[in-house]
Design a protein around this ligand. Structure first.
Ligand code: ADP
Length: 844
């Protein structure tokens, strides 16, 4: 048996093998060690009914799907090895074979999918400058392919989060992808795919090699896998607004900073009524538009539905009945949908006319074209309703799936079976009367068939013409010739009924699967209407406003709010803030104490831009913006530590990417850049970065820069497009109150000490801190008599030199620079050295 096991395992080395043994699927060796903790089941060393000794664990066959779904969710692949014959009848080893392979990128089981999240298999063919990438979502039929610049591949993967990545052997993904299943094939296999897949060959343009690989792989796993998948569409990554992995995380687009999906921007906005609508919302947040016409059309749609609240409500009520017609159809097309699912799908289609009806009064171009795109699917509804019973079972194999009217022979056989069952009851009654055994019952058992069961107490009353079939602990079972005859009839009828039902059900699915085009069209219409109605609902509930597009660069927000902070962290009422950026004043340096609200302000501005270009209204009283091509963020790096890179290195990598790739249409958030290194390093880097963003015309983006380096405010003295803002604070009775209001100007630098007071540091410590601060400031002025950092070229501190030292250190340096070594006697040199050293010691 183990030899057979290893033979099977060698065919699917990268999958966990479920090996059928009796009523269990068993996993052995490394598979068992890996799966047991993921499934929360016991790992044992010895098999219960054989003499195998190996690490192993097992699950009952009935619950296999549930356990497979768990492993898939954890990014594993599962191969199922079934018994091909009854163990009882088999001579020697039972024949077994791998009957299916389930992988995260190809799974269709609803238990292994999230309704609002696409499930991508990504096929990639890496190259030096560009990668070919195809994204195939078998759960919906979505299929896109294209070429992506190598440097942007990590962002693409961060955005679409494939569940499985198919790569040529020896290639590595561009970033670690935890939880993503990896599948490799030799490069010859990729070449073969390219030649063998006519469907992908018709896809002209870059990406065809990846597209054909995705198709071949899906086909290898299941021949019918692609019935509902059309030709690949071009992957327009980079043509829309780009959000990289950092921006997605900072703006908490799909996950909150604590990793919760429900507290993300998507979680907040998702009041859609259908899974296709939820997926559409996800899509527009993941790739916001940069096309002014598209944006206006989307806002028009939201505006109309905000205004017509009754139509919106009616539409949303109708949509709620539609369900996931798209994913249910994928399972129908592949042939794995159960009867209950098919029934639910048809009832979803049956709700479409109500959606059309509710949308009848809408007039905007986008809404009209969506609503008018809903196809007539009444024939499909009728077909299903006429075939299936009113409350069909979950599994087709359970039987009782089809109506009698579906097939005359089926109806006849069922009548026969019914008659025989009645006859059974008659026999039961007659024999009970004849024998006087009051608790006589007709029983059915899979192995022994129908029998008369007699309790042990009545054994002596059994008539002599009954034939014993089976003895139990406290009962015995008998048959009679009449019972056997009936049994024969019933079982024959049942076999035949099973055959007919299976055939009719298969035919039904095949017939329905021909409607892929119409179902796709309906799903797109439903998704679009649901999306607009949901955005309108959010806008109406939160008093959000329609953004205005500006042709010239500007970003103006009146009374903007951060939607997540406002709704989820309600310790205090949210204080709205404005934003005014234009080419003349395009860099804003925000200083202020920790916890003042700097980072919230930065994120709220970027979130408004993201929402606007996702087609949503925005949480503000007014907003005017030019189209932003990309949002860059560089914010607190602590969470990267787990990746093993140093915080500072990550910070600098991200900053480098920004300086390389930003354009004059980008929006850049820099929050506490430089924090990851020593003060002087950090401050110098932050200063130089700001200078570069100011002076380099190609990088003339809008920049919001939050910092606790007070010195950075001085850059506004020398760079005209820089303005300073700070978080307003109020002192009440010596205590500091954060007003959360962004006001122009620089922060008073002692708020750090006030915060320390708030935090409960002893008064003696904070008083001493104030004293030290006073001294430091005085010394700094003593030396320079002017702000240190803003010193321009040619001033006494030397060529472009920035003096970052204060007090005694600075004085010592100044002295050292001033001295003319040629004029110095040895004694004077010695005494100078001593005095410098004294000074520096004093500064320590
Ligand atoms: P900083 O970046 O200056 O350290 P944060 O932006 O992290 O400060 O904000 C600190 C706290 O203040 C957060 O808990 C946030 O919820 C709250 N906060 C920030 N801005 C506002 C605001 N405008 N209205 C209400 N609360 C705010």
């Amino acid at each position: 048996m183990l030899r057979q096991y290893f033979e099977m395992k060698s065919r699917v080395p990268d999958a966990i093998l479920f090996y059928r043994l009796g009523d269990f699927y068993e996993m052995f060796f490394d598979d068992a060690k890996e799966a047991a903790p993921l499934l929360g089941i016991a790992l044992t060393a010895r098999h219960r009914d054989s003499d195998i000794e190996a690490p192993m664990c097992g699950v009952p066959w009935q619950s296999a799907d549930h356990h497979i779904a768990k492993l898939i969710a954890a990014g594993r692949k599962v191969a199922v090895c079934d018994q091909l014959e009854e163990a009882r009848g088999a001579k020697g080893l039972v024949r077994r074979d791998i009957t299916r392979v389930v992988t995260p990128g190809t799974v269709l089981d609803p238990n292994a999918l999230l309704p609002a999240v696409p499930s991508y298999l990504a096929a990639a063919v890496p190259g030096n400058d560009v990668w070919e990438v195809a994204l195939l979502d078998l759960s919906t039929g979505g299929f896109r392919a294209g070429a992506v610049p190598a440097g942007r591949v990590p962002d693409l993967f961060a955005l679409c989060r494939p569940r499985e990545l198919l790569l040529p052997e020896g290639e590595e993904p561009p970033l670690p992808l935890p939880g993503v299943a990896r599948t490799v094939r030799p490069s010859e296999w990729f070449d073969r795919a390219r030649k063998a897949e006519p469907r992908a060959a018709s896809f002209e343009g870059p990406g065809a090699a990846a597209a054909s690989a995705a198709i071949l792989y899906a086909r290898e796993l299941s021949p019918r896998a692609l019935v509902h998948v059309g030709p690949a569409e071009p992957l327009r990554f980079g043509e829309r607004m780009s959000l990289d992995a950092a921006a997605l995380a900072t703006l908490e687009v799909f996950e909150s900073s604590e990793g919760q999906a429900s507290r993300s921007l998507f979680g907040l906005l998702d009041c859609t009524k259908t899974p296709p609508g939820a997926r559409a919302l996800r899509e527009c947040l993941a790739s916001p538009s940069t096309d002014p016409l598209e944006l206006e059309a989307r806002w028009d749609a939201v505006a109309e539905l905000v205004e017509r609240s009754q139509d919106r409500e009616a539409l949303r009520r109708a949509l709620a009945e539609v369900g996931d017609i798209e994913r249910r159809f994928a399972r129908i097309a592949v042939g794995t949908a159960g009867p209950r699912e098919v029934g639910a799908w048809a009832e979803g289609l049956a709700a479409l006319p109500a959606v059309s009806g509710a949308a009848a009064g809408l007039s905007g171009a986008r809404l009209r074209s969506l609503a008018d795109g809903i196809p007539d699917a009444s024939d499909l509804v009728r077909r299903v309703r006429e075939a299936l019973v009113a409350e069909p079972p979950v599994l087709a194999s359970a039987g009782g799936v089809l109506r009698d009217e579906a097939d005359p022979e089926l109806a006849e056989l069922r009548r026969l079976r019914h008659g025989a069952q009645e006859a059974l009851l008659e026999i039961e009654a007659a024999e009970r009367k004849r024998s006087g055994i009051s608790n006589l019952r007709v029983r059915y058992n899979r192995v022994f068939g129908y029998s008369l069961e007699v309790g042990a107490a009545h054994r002596e009353k059994v008539p002599s013409d009954w034939i014993r079939r089976q003895s139990l602990a406290n009962a015995e079972r008998f048959v009679t010739p009449a019972l056997k005859e009936l049994e024969e009839k019933i079982l024959t009828a049942e076999d035949r009924i099973g055959e007919i039902e299976a055939r009719l059900y298969r035919e039904l699915l095949e017939e329905l699967s021909l409607s892929a085009d119409r179902v796709g069209q309906a799903a797109r219409a439903v998704a679009g209407l649901d999306l607009s109605a949901a955005l309108a609902e959010t806008a109406a509930q939160g008093a959000w406003v329609r953004p205005k597009l500006s042709a010239s660069p500007r970003l103006t927000i009146r009374n903007g709010r951060h939607p997540l902070v406002e709704s989820l962290r309600r310790q205090e009422p949210f204080t709205p803030n404005d934003c005014d950026l234009s080419p003349e004043k395009r860099i804003l340096v925000v200083t202020g104490p920790n916890m003042g609200g700097k980072s919230t302000y930065l994120r709220q501005v970027a979130t408004a831009v993201l929402l606007a270009q996702a087609g949503s209204f925005v949480p503000a009283t007014a907003m005017e913006t030019s189209v932003v091509d990309r949002i860059f963020t560089r914010v607190g790096a602590a969470d990267h530590l787990s990746r093993g890179e140093s915080t500072f290195m990550v910070e600098m990598l991200e900053s480098a990417a920004i300086l390389r790739e930003a354009t004059s249409r980008s929006l850049i958030l820099l929050d506490e850049v430089g924090r990851g290194t020593s003060t002087f390093d950090g401050l110098s880097i932050a200063w130089a970065l700001l200078e570069y963003l100011h002076d380099e015309p190609a990088r003339a983006a809008f920049v919001l820069f939050a910092t606790h380096y007070h010195e950075l405010t001085e850059i506004a003295l020398v760079k005209p497009a820089v303005t300073n803002a700070t978080m307003a604070v109020k002192e009440i009775g010596g205590k500091v109150l954060f007003l959360r209001k962004v006001v122009s100007g620089a922060a008073d630098r002692s708020y750090g000490i006030h915060v320390a007071e708030l935090a409960g540091l002893p008064a003696a410590v904070t008083a001493r801190a104030k004293e030290i601060l006073g001294n430091l400031e005085k010394q700094e002025l003593d030396v320079q008599g002017a702000p240190v950092l803003a010193r321009k070229k040619g001033e006494s501190a030397g060529e472009g030199q920035m003096l970052l030292f204060t007090g005694q250190e600075a004085l010592a340096l100044e002295k050292l620079r001033a001295v003319d070594v040629n004029q110095l006697t040895p004694v004077a040199a010695l005494s100078l050295l001593a005095s410098l050293q004294d000074r520096l010691k004093g500064a320590e």
